[in-house]
Design a protein around this ligand. Structure first.
Ligand code: PEP
Length: 253
């Protein structure tokens, strides 16, 4: 989308050991300075975030958490406070990633609470909508995603939405090596945008970023990024290799 800045987002998931983080950042940060047409972010495990923020603070690279709790603090052993993430200098937080929904009991209601908590604390949420295969093959494929969208954003105002990015990910395409076709992904992204226009306004819909995620590679990225309603990519596996991540950033220019 011409009026929206593309975002290239790496999701490291529970990968990368301490010894791998430094060389990755050393390779990526200087290059990110050269390619200025797209925003670039890396989502990493919490334990790396403070150091990543410190190292990237003078650069265009932005840092994302992969999850955060829906309250600011309290007796929630093992959880991460969105308030603490914001104070550490983290910019973005992934909310409702497919793996969290599937493996860690992330309901639409919790996604909504977490989105609100992120915004309340000044973190920019990247709200993940996952479309499962059964839904995809069914008659009302789009309804599943649109229901997730409406529930994730329940109670949020148009002003709140200015800091929200939406990520559309067909579950069968995540980590499978089998990406959606660019046309399929564009169709869903366009539906999501129409839904945002209905829920809020055409103006809001036109300035909200919608990412595609699911087996994006250096081979298929350009197809996705050239679609009218796709404003960036959420990349797992391919982004674990800094060379490939840099290529993807380059493609988004
Ligand atoms: C993801 O982590 O959301 C993802 C899309 O992973 P992959 O690129 O490996 O499919």
């Amino acid at each position: 989308g011409a009026m929206r800045r593309p975002l290239v987002l790496a999701n490291w998931k529970m990968n990368m050991l301490p010894a791998q983080v430094q060389p990755y950042l050393d390779q990526v940060i200087p290059e990110v300075e050269k390619d200025t047409a797209a925003d670039v972010a890396i989502a990493a495990q919490d334990l790396y975030l403070a150091e990543m923020v410190r190292q990237s603070s003078q650069s265009r690279l932005m840092i994302a958490a992969e999850n955060a709790h829906w309250t600011d603090d309290g007796a929630y052993t093992g959880e991460t406070s969105p308030k603490a993430l914001a104070q550490v200098g983290v910019h973005y937080v992934l909310i409702g990633h497919f793996e969290r929904r599937k493996l860690f009991n992330e309901t639409d209601e919790r996604v909504n609470w977490k989105t609100k908590a992120a915004l309340r604390n000044g973190l920019k949420p990247i709200v993940d909508l996952d479309e499962d295969l059964t839904a995809y093959e069914g008659d009302d494929a789009s309804q599943v995603v649109l229901k997730q969208l409406a529930e994730a954003l329940d109670g949020l105002t148009e002003t709140d939405l200015k800091d929200v990015t939406i990520a559309y990910e067909p579950t069968w395409a995540i980590g499978s090596g089998e990406a959606a076709s660019a046309a399929q992904a564009e169709k869903s992204a366009a539906l999501i945008r129409t839904s945002l226009a209905n829920l809020y306004s055409r103006e809001l819909a036109d300035r909200t970023r919608i990412l595609y995620g699911g087996s994006v590679t250096t081979e298929n990225a350009a197809d996705f990024l050239s679609q009218k309603d796709i404003d960036g990519i959420l990349v797992g596996k391919a982004a674990l290799d800094p060379e490939k991540f840099l290529e993807l950033i380059d493609i988004a220019q």
